[in-house]
Write a protein that binds this ligand. Structure first.
Ligand SMILES: [Zn+2]
Length: 195
């Protein structure tokens, strides 16, 4: 009886063994790939870029209450709950009420007023010395246009939540500073303790 069972089993394996093996391999492969895809990468070591020739420039506040929400990171990954991924954040986010005035941090020239889906309404302010200040997630009623010259402290826009890539963060100002086209830490130019 047992020998018969053994023979039947062997016959069965001979006939279907290849397909069972293949099926199991595919299941294992799918499991491994799924686990790998759902695992979030661990944040890497902070090695943020700091320019050695930091110019002696001090910005005035871009908004009255600089309530820090998300800090700058050049390569260290930060969790973006809207996109559900870890990414560098080459800007500082300040949370503020919808409609809060946003100010020019220095005298300068507006070089661009644009909109894109991920970062919302954007105003770029060239302040000279190779420095461009990028204000993003602004409300759509931007009071300045490309070519306008503005003075430090004048209103260049209002806080909103138009940056769809940071929608979960609510109304906030996403502030970038480009030094010769490279995003640097805005904190180099801002006194964050200042209110
Ligand atoms: Zn941001």
């Amino acid at each position: 009886m047992q020998a018969k069972l053994k023979t039947t089993l062997l016959k069965f394996l001979k006939k279907y063994g290849y397909w069972i093996g293949l099926g199991l391999s595919i299941i294992v492969l799918i499991t491994v790939v799924t686990i790998a895809a759902t695992n979030k990468p661990a944040p890497v070591v902070d090695d943020d870029f700091v320019p050695t020739d930091t110019p002696e420039i001090s910005f005035s506040s871009p908004i009255t209450e600089m309530e820090l929400m998300k800090n700058y990171s050049n390569s260290a990954l930060q969790y973006n709950s809207t996109l559900n991924l870890w990414q560098a954040h080459k800007a500082i986010d300040f949370s503020a009420e919808e409609g809060t005035d946003v100010y020019a941090v220095m005298d300068g020239t507006i070089t661009e007023v644009t909109y894109n889906y991920l970062m919302g309404n954007i105003v770029k302010l060239d302040i000279g010395g190779g420095i461009t200040v990028v204000y993003a997630s602004l409300a759509s009623d931007v009071p300045v246009s490309a070519g306008d010259t503005v003075t430090k402290g004048s209103v260049i826009g209002k806080v909103s939540n138009t940056a769809k890539s940071e929608a979960n963060d609510g109304a906030h100002l996403h502030l970038e500073v480009l030094l010769n086209g490279e995003a640097v830490d805005p904190a180099l130019y801002l006194d964050l303790a200042e209110k």
